[in-house]
Design a protein around this ligand. Structure first.
Ligand SMILES: Nc1nc2c(ncn2[C@@H]2O[C@H](COP(=O)(O)OP(=O)(O)O)[C@@H](O)[C@H]2O)c(=O)[nH]1
Ligand SMILES: [Mg+2]
Ligand SMILES: [Zn+2]
Length: 352
C-alpha cells in the first residue's frame, strides 16, 4: 500500500524519500504494546522495536513512538521486522495525564485529523465529561465530532432533548446520534470518515466503541489486516492502542476505555472548548480577570443573566484549576528529574 493511502501527508513532509540514503524507510506505527510495535509500510506489516539510542535518549513518554506516528525504520528479515530509528515530526499529538497520582503525559495517538468522542445515551451520558474530552482534543488542535451511541435505548424525543442540551452550550460541536444495534445514524458516521484521514475513537469503556468499530468494518477487511485482536467470537476487543483501516480507506485509532481523563497544561484547549466564556472575557473590565469575583466581569454578568449556564461555568473553572495544578506539578517534576540527572552525571564523573 502506498504511504499516501496510509495517511502520509507529503505536503507536511516535503521530502519523504530523503531518508532512503541511509537505508531507512518510512512506516506508520499502527499498534503499541509496551515496547513492542507493529508498523505498516508500502509492502505490508512488520513487527518493530526501537533502537537502544532512541530508548536511552528518551527523557519522557513524548519521546517514544505512539500509534499513528510516522517513523524512519530499517527493515530486516524480508521486511517482516523493523528497527525504528526516529520519529518524524508530529502533525498532531493527542495526549492526556496518566491515571493516578503521577503527573506525566500518556500518548493516545499522533497525526490524527479528527476525534470522534463517543458517549452513550444511557447512564454514561455526561456533559462535563464531554467537555473534558473536548479540552484534550482542542489542545491538540484536532477537530472534534460528538457521537451519541445507543439511541435505541431512548425514545426519539428523548434523544433530541439530549442533543439540544449539548447544542445549547457547545454550539459549534457537530453531533451524530447512532445505534449500533438497529443501525440508525451509521451512514451519517461513515459519511464523515474520509479516506486517507486518521480518526481516533475516544470514550469511556462500555459506551460501545468496539461494537461501533465492528459495524464500520467489513468481514473481508477483518481477514486481511491481522493487527486486530479478536476474542473467541471473532469480535473486536481492545487491549492496546491500535490503528485500523476501515473499508472506505479511512483509518481509526481505537483506544482502551479511559476511566479518568486528566489534562496537564491545556489552557488553549480550555479557551477553545469554552468559547462562550473566552468571547466574553474580552469585555471584562480587567484584562487579567479571573471571572470569579471581579467588578465589571462580563462572564459573571452573563452568568447572572443566564446566558451561560452554571454547569458550564463551574466546569470551566474546575478544568482550569486542574490544568494549572498539573502544569505546576509537571514543571516541578521536570526540575527534579533534571537535578537528579545532573547528580548522576557528576557522580559518574567523580567515580572516573
Ligand atoms: N442497546 C445498545 N447497546 C449497545 C450499543 N452499542 C453497544 N452496545 C452494548 O454496550 C456494551 C458495551 O459495548 P462495547 O462495544 O464493548 O463498548 P466499549 O467498551 O466502548 O468498546 C455491550 O454489551 C454492547 O452490546 C447500541 O447501539 N445499543
Ligand atoms: Mg472496547
Ligand atoms: Zn471576567
Amino acid at each position: 500500500m502506498e504511504l499516501k493511502a496510509l495517511g502520509f501527508d507529503d505536503g507536511f513532509y516535503p521530502q519523504p524519500d530523503a531518508s532512503n540514503r541511509n537505508g531507512l524507510r518510512i512506516a506508520r506505527v499502527v499498534a503499541v504494546d509496551r515496547e513492542k510495535y507493529v508498523v505498516w509500510h508500502e509492502t505490508g506489516e512488520a513487527s518493530a522495536e526501537i533502537t537502544g539510542k532512541l530508548m536511552f535518549g528518551a527523557v519522557s513518554p513524548l519521546d517514544y513512538p505512539t500509534v499513528g506516528d510516522w517513523v524512519q525504520a530499517q527493515f530486516v528479515d524480508d521486511d517482516s521486522f523493523a528497527i525504528i530509528h526516529g520519529i518524524l515530526p508530529r502533525k498532531s499529538l493527542l495526549k492526556r495525564k496518566t491515571s493516578g497520582k503521577k503527573v506525566e503525559f500518556q500518548l493516545i495517538g499522533a497525526n490524527i485529523d479528527a476525534a470522534l468522542i463517543l458517549q452513550s445515551l444511557d447512564a454514561n451520558y455526561n456533559l462535563k465529561r464531554l467537555e473534558r474530552y473536548l479540552v484534550m482534543t482542542h489542545q491538540a488542535g484536532i477537530h472534534p465530532l460528538c457521537l451519541l451511541s445507543k439511541s435505541d435505548l431512548l425514545l426519539p424525543n428523548e434523544v433530541n432533548e439530549k442533543v439540544a442540551e449539548i447544542q445549547s452550550t457547545l454550539r459549534h460541536l457537530g453531533i451524530i446520534h447512532l445505534s449500533s444495534l438497529d443501525g440508525s445514524g451509521l451512514t451519517d458516521v461513515k459519511k464523515k470518515l474520509e479516506p486517507k484521514k486518521t480518526y481516533c475513537l475516544l470514550g469511556s469503556s462500555g459506551v460501545g466503541k468496539s461494537t461501533l468499530i465492528n459495524r464500520l468494518m467489513s468481514k473481508e477487511q477483518l481477514a486481511t489486516r491481522g493487527v486486530r485482536e479478536k476474542d473467541g467470537k471473532g469480535r473486536h476487543t481492545t487491549t492496546r492502542r491500535q490503528l485500523i483501516m476501515l473499508p472506505g480507506g479511512a483509518m481509526l485509532i481505537d483506544t482502551p476505555g479511559m476511566r479518568e481523563l486528566g489534562n496537564i497544561d491545556v489552557e488553549e484547549g480550555i479557551a477553545d472548548t469554552f468559547d462562550d466564556i473566552t468571547g466574553l472575557a474580552g469585555s471584562c473590565r480587567y484584562s487579567d480577570c479571573t471571572h470569579t469575583h471581579e467588578e465589571g466581569c462580563a462572564v459573571l454578568e452573563a452568568l447572572e443573566e443566564g446566558t451561560i449556564s452554571q454547569g458550564y461555568y463551574q466546569n470551566y473553572l474546575k478544568l482550569q484549576k486542574e490544568s494549572e495544578f498539573h502544569r505546576l506539578s509537571y514543571l516541578e517534576k521536570k526540575r527534579k528529574d533534571k537535578q537528579f540527572g545532573k547528580m548522576v552525571k557528576s557522580a559518574i564523573k567523580t567515580k572516573r
